[in-house]
Design a protein around this ligand. Structure first.
Ligand code: NDP
Length: 457
């Protein structure tokens, strides 16, 4: 049911054929990137349509929801659980400050889960209103590209509709992956971990990235026994080595059992839970096994190969302006597997709209993007790590490190140091990178960057 219409129009005095489309822009996927691109494009006067799957906290090929991963099953619910878990450590710390904390601490997982779900339902509604108020036409269903200017939308009841658009933007994000080990169906991903009916007593986590250390902290803060397995000697490959060491020490200090250089080879269901067998042949029992082993771009059902959109593995290949090899088809966010962070998807969305509808060709700038890992206590970094600076800097570098005992810990007795590091170009005194691991590190880093930007620019 395409409403594509061909009219004869005159442009620049020539008798060119001009095409009239249903939309100037059709966006597939209403996560952080898609919503930002839609709203900014509409702000430039474009007629925008956006499609998204029906809402569900656990994503699949057929459910998703306006707001996407960050809002529904990523940053937002994760941070709510991190806040919830942080009270565990705070209660411990409170004792030496004179607070009588009874032996039995009653933590109600179901209550937190309910409140978390209510919040993401609220945000889902808020995002829908944002789109509506921006004049973006929202459509529920699965989008599939059928030609360089056409999207087929399959609605919940199976009805198929076709829409034409001058530009199509793919913003379908990514989904958590399971490693190919025997019994992998017994494990869960972060989607399910954010919506578990019961809080496990014993959790095993595989992976050494963001999600693994964040969930290890969440569960441990709630009193769960946590065993964390990762392939390298330290978690958080790619971050500053000194910071990685501090994070590992802090995780252990909070009672998480680390298993470096170890992966899992098999999961077996038993009456007592899941028997976990490591690649060293060791065994342990768990109620829940979380795979935090990375995410893959959502491109499978978009029909991209048929339309001729070039892929790089499962990611959509794009140029510096987020355009694919087909000039009318663009892609932003995790589906392009460039830098998989929400603020980056937002930046890519804004640049796309400026380029295509704002008359201001804009390339996303991937330099000095701050990021935060919400383990407890958190880690936040911007710019180069010490190792990257050694490899990339032209001249000498200076490294300033400060490690100290936060005053709060002197009374509480918590053995946990805060560490800050600045990597500086020795000749110009220019800061090349900054890292901090300690309480409120993300906020401190964010404020520092804002202050620097204000006074330096
Ligand atoms: P990451 O890419 O951060 O880490 C994946 C981890 O899984 C690595 O430690 C990797 O090990 C390990 N791994 C991969 N395959 C296997 C395997 N077959 N067996 C054992 N280990 C394996 O992925 P996450 O899942 O933690 O996060 C996904 C994405 O979500 C990230 O790109 C991140 O940007 C984003 N995210 C951001 C957050 C934030 O900003 N705070 C929070 C959560 C997620 P190795 O290092 O050995 O390769």
């Amino acid at each position: 049911m395409s409403r594509k219409m061909l009219i004869n129009g005159e442009r620049n005095g020539s008798n060119e054929e001009e095409t009239c489309y249903d939309f100037d822009l059709f966006v597939i996927g209403a996560g952080s990137g898609g919503v930002r691109a839609s709203r900014t494009a509409a702000g430039f006067g474009a007629k925008v349509g956006i499609c998204e799957l029906p809402f569900h906290p656990i994503s699949s090929e057929v459910v998703g929801g306006v707001g996407g991963t960050c809002v529904i099953r990523g940053c937002v619910p994760k941070k709510i659980l991190v806040y919830g878990a942080s009270f565990g450590g705070e209660l411990e710390d409170a004792k030496n400050y004179g607070w009588g904390v009874n032996e039995i601490v009653d933590f109600n997982w179901k209550k937190l889960l309910h409140n978390k779900t209510q919040e993401i339902i609220r945000l889902n509604g808020l995002y829908k209103r944002l789109l509506l108020n921006s004049g973006v036409k929202m459509l529920e269903g699965e989008g599939k590209i059928v030609s360089p200017h056409e999207v087929e939308l399959t609605q919940l009841d199976g009805t198929k509709l076709r829409y034409s658009a001058k530009h199509i933007l793919i913003a379908t994000g990514s989904r958590a992956q399971r490693p190919p080990i025997t019994g992998q169906e017994l494990g869960i991903t972060s989607d399910e971990a954010l919506s578990l009916d019961e809080l496990p007593k014993r959790a095993v986590i595989l992976g050494g990235g963001y999600i693994s250390v964040e969930f290890a902290s969440i569960w441990r803060g709630m009193g769960v026994t946590v065993d964390l397995f990762f392939r390298k000697e330290l978690p958080l490959r790619g971050f500053d080595d000194e910071m990685r060491t501090v994070v590992a020490r802090n995780l252990e200090g909070r009672g998480i059992k680390l298993h470096p250089g170890t992966s899992l080879s098999e999961l077996i269901k038993t009456e007592d839970g899941i028997r976990v067998i490591t690649d060293h042949g060791d065994e342990l029992m768990a109620d829940v096994v979380l795979f935090a082993t990375g995410r893959a771009p959502n491109t499978k059902r978009l029909n991209l190969e048929a339309v001729g959109v070039a892929l790089d593995g499962r990611a959509v290949k794009v140029d510096e302006f987020s355009c694919t090899n087909i000039p009318s088809i663009w892609a932003i966010g995790d589906v392009t597997n460039r830098m998989n962070l929400t603020p980056v998807a937002l930046m890519e969305g804004t640049c796309f709209s400026k380029t295509v509808f704002g008359g201001q060709p804009s390339k996303p700038d991937y330099n000095n993007i701050p990021c935060a890992v919400f383990c407890i206590p958190p880690l936040s970094v911007v710019g180069l790590s010490e190792q990257e600076a050694i490899e990339q800097a032209k001249g000498d570098i200076l490294v300033f490190t400060s490690t100290f005992n936060p005053m709060k810990n002197t009374i509480s007795g918590r053995q946990e140091k805060t560490i800050m590091k600045l990597v500086v170009d020795a000749e110009t005194d220019k800061v090349l990178g900054a890292s901090m691991c300690g309480p409120e590190a993300p906020e401190i880093m964010q404020v520092s960057i804002c202050v620097l930007k204000t006074f330096v620019s």
